[in-house]
Write a protein that binds this ligand. Structure first.
Ligand SMILES: NC(=O)c1ccc[n+]([C@@H]2O[C@H](COP(=O)([O-])OP(=O)(O)OC[C@H]3O[C@@H](n4cnc5c(N)ncnc54)[C@H](OP(=O)(O)O)[C@@H]3O)[C@@H](O)[C@H]2O)c1
Length: 247
C-alpha cells in the first residue's frame, strides 16, 4: 500500500494518453474505452452524462478522440446525448495528418433498430474525410437499412444482433487500428464480455446519486476481466484513471 503522492503537474493533459503504444491484436484493432462515473459507479444523471463530466473531463473526452481511427458508440447514447460529428482542433488534426492518418476519426454507431435521425449534424455535417459508419445486423429492417445506406457506410456484422468481435474485424478491414468506445454501458459491457476491451480510461467524479446505471453492464456468468492501473491523475476531487487489460 502506498500514497498517491502529488508529483509534477501535468502540463499536457493528453500526453499520458498519447504516449501509449497501441497495437492491434491480429485481425482486430486495439480497443480502448473512455467513461466517466460517480463514486457509486453511476454513468448518467437523468439520462445524460451531464454533471458527471467537469470541464477537464469534457476536454479529455474531446481530445482523446485524436488517438482513435474510429469512435464506436451505442445508438442509445447517440440518441440521448444528441451526438454530433467528431471535431478536433487544428493542432490535433495536423498531428494526425502528419503521420498519414485522417484528420478526424470516423464515428461508428452500433444499432439494430436503425432508429436514428439522419438529418442531425452527425450524419449531415460529418467531415468528408470521416464519413459515419452504421454497424448493424442482417435482421435489421430492409427499408431502414436502405435509408441508412444513403447517409452512412453500413457494416453488417451478425445475424439477429451485432457480434462485436465481427464488427471490430470489419472496422479493422476498413483500416482502423485503434477503436475508442464511448459507451454506453450496454455496448461497453458487450465488449468486456467478449474479452475485447484492452484499455479503460475512467474518470471518477465526486458525486453520488445519479441513475441506477453502472459504467458497464456486463452480461453475467463470464470470467472476470482483470486490469492493471497504468496511471492516475487528479484535479481537485476528480480522478482520471487509465487501466490496461491483463491477459
Ligand atoms: N458515463 C459515461 O461515460 C457514459 C458514456 C456513454 C453513455 N452514457 C449514458 O448511458 C446511457 C445510454 O447507454 P445504454 O447502455 O443504455 O445504451 P448504449 O450502449 O449507448 O446503446 C444501446 C443500443 O445500442 C445498440 N446495440 C448495442 N449492442 C448491440 C448489438 N450487439 N446488436 C445490435 N445493436 C446493439 C442498440 O441500438 P438500437 O436500440 O438502435 O437497436 C441498443 O439499444 C445514456 O444515459 C448515456 O447518457 C454514459
Amino acid at each position: 500500500v502506498r500514497w498517491l503522492k502529488p508529483d509534477d503537474d501535468v502540463v499536457d493533459l493528453l500526453a499520458p494518453y498519447t504516449s501509449v503504444s497501441r497495437h492491434g491484436r491480429g485481425p482486430r484493432p486495439h480497443v480502448l474505452a473512455n467513461m466517466v462515473g460517480g463514486l457509486d459507479g453511476t454513468a448518467a444523471i437523468s439520462g445524460r452524462v451531464g454533471a458527471l463530466s467537469d470541464p477537464t473531463d469534457a476536454r479529455l473526452f474531446r481530445e482523446l478522440r485524436s488517438v482513435a481511427d474510429v469512435v464506436l458508440v451505442g445508438a442509445e447514447t447517440v440518441r440521448r446525448e444528441r451526438y454530433g460529428p467528431v471535431r478536433l482542433d487544428d493542432a490535433l488534426r495536423a498531428q494526425r495528418t502528419a503521420v498519414g492518418r485522417a484528420p478526424v476519426p470516423r464515428l461508428a454507431v452500433v444499432t439494430r433498430s436503425l432508429q436514428l435521425d439522419w438529418s442531425v449534424p452527425l450524419f449531415a455535417d460529418a467531415d468528408p474525410a470521416a464519413a459515419p459508419i452504421i454497424v448493424t445486423c442482417a435482421d435489421a429492417d430492409p427499408a431502414r437499412l436502405a435509408d441508412a445506406e444513403q447517409h452512412a457506410d453500413v457494416v453488417v456484422a451478425g445475424a439477429s444482433s451485432v457480434d462485436v468481435g465481427r464488427a471490430l474485424g470489419e472496422l479493422h478491414a476498413l483500416g482502423a487500428s485503434v477503436v475508442l468506445c464511448e459507451g454506453g454501458p450496454r455496448l461497453l459491457g458487450e465488449l468486456v464480455a467478449a474479452d475485447l476491451l484492452d484499455e479503460l480510461c475512467l474518470s471518477i467524479a465526486p458525486v453520488m446519486g445519479g441513475d441506477p446505471l453502472p459504467v458497464a453492464i456486463v452480461p453475467g456468468g463470464g470470467d472476470l476481466a482483470r486490469f492493471r492501473l497504468a496511471h492516475a491523475l487528479v484535479e481537485e476531487s476528480t480522478l482520471f484513471l487509465r487501466y490496461e487489460h491483463v491477459r
